[in-house]
Design a protein around this ligand. Structure first.
Ligand SMILES: Cc1cc2nc3c(=O)[nH]c(=O)nc-3n(C[C@H](O)[C@H](O)[C@H](O)COP(=O)(O)O)c2cc1C
Length: 322
């Protein structure tokens, strides 16, 4: 599977997830076999200003190949952002966000709002392609709502503007994350374009991944929510058999993930209680990492009051899983 000149080893990719797909998440996904990992969406304006907080999102180590996802609505900001990325060779691929449904993002004209302004969408893709040495991809939804399904039009525009691939999250902006992703539309887009089409939405287990590939003919599959706290989904896909590690191994991974994020945050985010914030962030991963443990529900509740690594480790030891 190729995106432009970029060769991917695996067709299961770790989707961009705001608040989740940080450097440590991405390293773990790659180590478990993900073919490509995405940053969470990064502001074109922030990158073009070389804003220190924004630059954190594009730090990269073993998380390669890496797609940096950019959101914004001003072509000149995309141009400056891409110049900056190219100079720091921080991205193997640049993905443009035209699907984010969040009010704060769309009210500024970015994310899914670009599906309502295809002239501007085209301009943004063209300038990004013109500037970027790395392949450029575009991620979008079916349309703004069920009455304005223009994913085929945007797909054709992306292809004409030089995008190396597109990703369709098969829901409308109005749906946000409700209802079911309509995979048949991924198939329609695949039929309509020559460039690779990547599918996204509701792939929860390895069989879903296989079904999406088969039913839609898409070239690769992005996995979002189901991989949070479950990097073995990528490992299973790479191995061609489901992998469900026992509680002890999952708890150990949860601790390792926490330890690595703590170390990373301590290095890069100096200041106010970064450890407390990291432990709090790790709660987002708890549900999956400890799913199916004896007393998992109580354990999850106790995790909510934990403030440091030692307490986390002790709690898991008490539960006899590490
Ligand atoms: C918490 C969360 C954050 C997300 N952040 C982004 C983002 O930054 N950029 C993006 O293009 N999509 C984002 N998405 C959408 C996912 O990449 C994906 O397209 C969607 O969740 C459907 O796939 P899934 O069912 O595998 O999760 C996000 C989704 C969730 C649930």
């Amino acid at each position: 599977m190729k995106i432009g000149a970029l060769d991917l080893k695996n067709k299961a990719l770790a989707a961009p997830l705001a608040g989740i797909s940080d450097l440590v998440y991405r390293e773990i996904a790659i180590a478990h076999g993900a073919g490509l990992v995405y940053t969470e969406m990064v502001s074109a304006a922030g990158l073009s200003r070389q804003d220190r907080k924004t630059l954190r999102y594009i730090q990269t180590r073993k998380d390669r190949p890496l797609a940096v996802q950019i959101f914004g609505h001003k072509p000149e900001e995309f141009a400056r952002a891409v110049d900056f990325l190219a100079e720091h060779s921080a991205a193997d691929c640049i993905d443009i966000n035209m699907g984010c449904p969040v009010r704060k993002v769309v009210s500024g004209g970015s994310g899914a709002a670009l599906m309502q302004n295809l002239t501007l969408a085209r301009e943004i893709i063209e300038i990004t392609v013109a500037k970027s040495p790395a392949p450029v991809t575009v991620k979008f939804r079916l349309g703004w709502d069920s009455k304005s399904l223009n994913f085929l039009e945007l797909g054709r525009i992306a292809e004409q503007a030089g995008a190396a691939a597109v990703t369709l999250h098969a829901r409308t902006r109005q749906q946000a994350y409700t209802g079911r992703a309509d995979w048949s539309k991924i198939g329609e887009l695949k039929q309509a374009l020559r460039i690779p089409v990547l599918g996204s939405g509701d792939v929860k287990i390895r069989q879903d991944y296989l079904d999406m590939l088969e039913q839609t003919g898409c070239d690769a599959v992005l996995i979002g929510r189901a991989a949070i706290g479950n990097p073995w989904l990528f490992a299973g896909i790479a191995a061609g058999a489901d992998i469900t590690p026992p509680p002890r191994q999952r708890a150990a991974m949860y601790l390792e993930h926490t330890r690595r994020l703590l170390a990373y945050e301590a290095e890069f985010v100096k200041g106010n209680d970064s450890a407390g914030k990291t432990i709090a962030k790790m709660r987002k991963f708890a549900a999956r990492y400890i799913n199916g443990f004896p007393g998992a529900r109580e354990l999850r509740q106790e995790l909510n009051s934990i403030r440091d690594y030692a307490a986390l480790k002790k709690l898991l030891q008490v539960c006899d899983v590490v």
